[in-house]
Write a protein that binds this ligand. Structure first.
Ligand code: IPE
Ligand code: IPE
Ligand code: MG
Length: 254
């Protein structure tokens, strides 16, 4: 939709004045929440203290996304490569979804948030799976922000699974090679029911994708911040949205 936008000094001002949803508000924001360990190290704390502190940044950013009328927020919470870390750290990280939901599920429900998850759930500890599944069921009928946790998520793993599933369906004559196009591939991914991300944010200073949404980010706008995730606040989030608002997406055209 093309709309003429009046000049506002800040994204906040614009959003307050005009409660419309248009191309200038990213519909889907994906975030690589990085820098928890370095946040803790800087304070002489164990790495897990950074992961725990990261929870408060999550709720802040979820609320900011709700306020800005963002439709989908995908948070990279645990990657398929993160199993390489010491067991005690992995155990702590995988307990955080339950802790987060225990603290904030009622608030999320009252904000009309719908919880979803992408990734290889089956290989997560049962307490993690149960907490997420409970929240998914409990928020199923909400139609506000989709809060999508990428848990035990790896893009190559996702693509490989999609390829295997497509081959299986072809062998069983449920899918013909003629039907195979980009949309069909998208349908075999965890994100089949979601729009592609408009904006990717990575905190913590690194400028890489770390196996996140390789297919889905083909035309996404990127925004990097040096701020460690536990310190990431609504201020930086608004800066990212403001920057996105200035961009012109061409998709290869003019
Ligand atoms: C991101 O923070 C959280 C996860 C990967 C689970 P890190 O733990 O990677 O923090 P740094 O990058 O070591 O500082
Ligand atoms: C990416 O961060 C994964 C998550 C934020 C969950 P990492 O800290 O694991 O990425 P690398 O190892 O620096 O690439
Ligand atoms: Mg990291």
């Amino acid at each position: 939709m093309v709309m003429k936008i009046p000049f506002f000094n800040s994204y906040k001002q614009m959003n307050e004045a005009t409660q419309f949803h248009d191309d200038h508000v990213p519909e889907h924001i994906a975030i690589i929440m990085d820098g928890n360990g370095r946040w803790a190290k800087k304070r002489g704390l164990p790495r897990v203290a950074g992961h725990k502190e990261g929870i408060s940044a999550v709720i802040k950013i979820v609320k900011a996304a709700v306020k800005c009328n963002v439709k989908v927020l995908t948070l990279y919470t645990f990657s398929t490569e993160n199993w390489k870390r010491p067991k005690s750290e992995v155990d702590t990280i995988l307990r955080l979804p339950k802790e987060f939901l225990h603290l904030y599920l009622p608030e999320l429900i009252s904000n009309n948030v719908r919880i979803e998850a992408i990734g290889d759930m089956e290989n997560l500890p049962s307490h993690t799976q149960e907490a997420i599944q409970y929240a998914i069921n409990r928020t199923r009928d909400n139609d506000g922000l989709v809060l999508n946790f990428a848990l035990n998520y790896g893009s190559r793993h996702e693509l490989l699974n999609a390829m295997k599933a497509m081959l299986k369906d072809m062998n069983e004559a449920k899918l013909s090679p003629d039907e195979l196009d980009e949309q069909m591939v998208s349908r075999y991914l965890y994100t089949s029911n979601l729009p592609e991300p408009d904006l990717l944010i990575r905190t913590g200073g690194e400028r890489r994708l770390s196996n996140f949404l390789l297919w889905q980010l083909a035309y996404t706008e990127f925004w990097f911040s040096d701020v460690f995730w536990p310190d990431f606040s609504e201020k930086e989030f608004m800066e990212a949205l403001e920057d996105y608002r200035q961009r012109k997406r061409r998709y290869g055209g003019l």
